[in-house]
Design a protein around this ligand. Structure first.
Ligand code: SAM
Length: 312
């Protein structure tokens, strides 16, 4: 695909580069904030599954403004966690680690010097396989891992935002989130493609059940997974409100836009803000560029599919 064709097809991809975001995902967090005022009063924030870093950029710009401190004068601390290395960002401490590990939770708490976080966000996604059931299952695992780590670090009353796939077992996830949060809303920012089952749960007012001890166990792994959760009834079946968010005048991410938005203004290609520093597909690209891939191997040897959100 040529440079301009991706620019043409995806308006948020193009805007991300123009505005200096590392990935188009930045608009999702910005549009969620427009609806839920996520950043009000936040001094300590955690970005789980943060690479290449556009959500961390949003946190850094919104919480720190132009300095180290928030409006109230308190020091702002932002921790970003990812399996992959990420290029540095002002005011963001990076942990290269796995969100399913308790050691990662401990490292976050250490960075906050024992103080709990006000906000935890997670845009985590596994490499998509294309097998929908498998993808939904792995995404659910990641969300539960994020929830577990959140129970170690979030303050009572705090907010947790995470990517969710609205698959067939999504009500189980809602039920589990409702155990820990006063309000759970499923939100779909305008920059998230309608054609994608992706949405975001915005979980407000953290209040774990009395006597709850944070742990890293996973209900989807610990119990047999043979129940049809959509059959749950009565108080066991949780339906959370669904909210489409982002201003109605915001761009529709499923549309194809002309390169020229402003009549008469010459279109100029913008290079990526921050190319990935060590992407897992680097070797495959090198082999392909140098014609070193054998024909039989070519589709599978390119490795798992990457999210299309990264502005590269
Ligand atoms: N929010 C990011 C941004 O705005 O730039 C994009 C996140 S990207 C869609 C998903 C990330 O999840 C990948 O960088 C991947 O490495 C990370 N990830 C997946 N599983 C993880 C795990 N178990 N622990 C930490 N990070 C993980």
């Amino acid at each position: 695909m040529g440079r301009s064709s991706k620019d043409k097809r995806d308006i948020y991809y193009r805007l991300a580069k123009e505005e200096g975001w590392r990935a188009r995902s930045a608009f999702k967090l910005l549009q969620l904030d427009e609806e839920f005022s996520l950043f009000t009063g936040v001094n300590r924030a955690v970005d789980l599954c943060a690479a290449p870093g556009s959500w961390s950029q949003v946190l850094s710009r919104k919480l720190r403004g132009h300095g180290e401190k928030c409006e109230g004068g308190e020091e702002v601390k932002i921790v970003a966690v990812d399996l992959q290395a990420m290029a540095p960002l002002p005011g963001v401490t990076q942990i290269q680690g796995d969100i399913t590990k308790v050691s990662t939770a401990e490292e976050i708490v250490r960075h906050f010097e024992g103080q709990p976080a006000d906000l935890v966000v997670c845009d985590g996604a596994p490499d998509v396989t294309g097998l929908h059931d498998v993808d939904e299952y792995i995404q659910a695992q990641l969300l539960l891992a994020a929830l577990n780590i959140t129970t170690h670090v979030l303050k009572p009353g705090g907010t947790f935002v995470a990517k969710i796939f609205r698959g067939k077992d999504v009500t189980l996830l809602y039920s589990q989130l409702k155990i820990f949060f006063g309000g759970v809303t499923c939100a779909k920012p305008r920059s998230s493609r309608n054609s994608s089952i992706e949405a975001f749960v915005v979980c407000q007012n953290y209040h774990p059940p009395e006597g709850y001890v944070p742990n890293m166990s996973n209900p989807l792994l610990d119990h047999s997974y043979d129940v049809d959760f959509n059959q749950l009834e009565g108080p066991n079946r949780i339906i959370v409100p669904f909210l489409a968010c982002g201003d109605l005048s915001a761009f529709d991410s499923d549309r194809t836009y002309p390169l020229q938005l402003d009549a008469g203004k010459e279109y100029q290609y913008t290079p990526p803000t921050q190319p990935p520093i060590s992407p897992p597909y680097q070797q495959a690209c090198h082999l392909r560029k140098n014609n070193l891939l054998s024909k039989e191997d070519s589709p599978s040897s390119l490795g798992p599919r990457q999210s299309g959100d990264q502005a590269q």
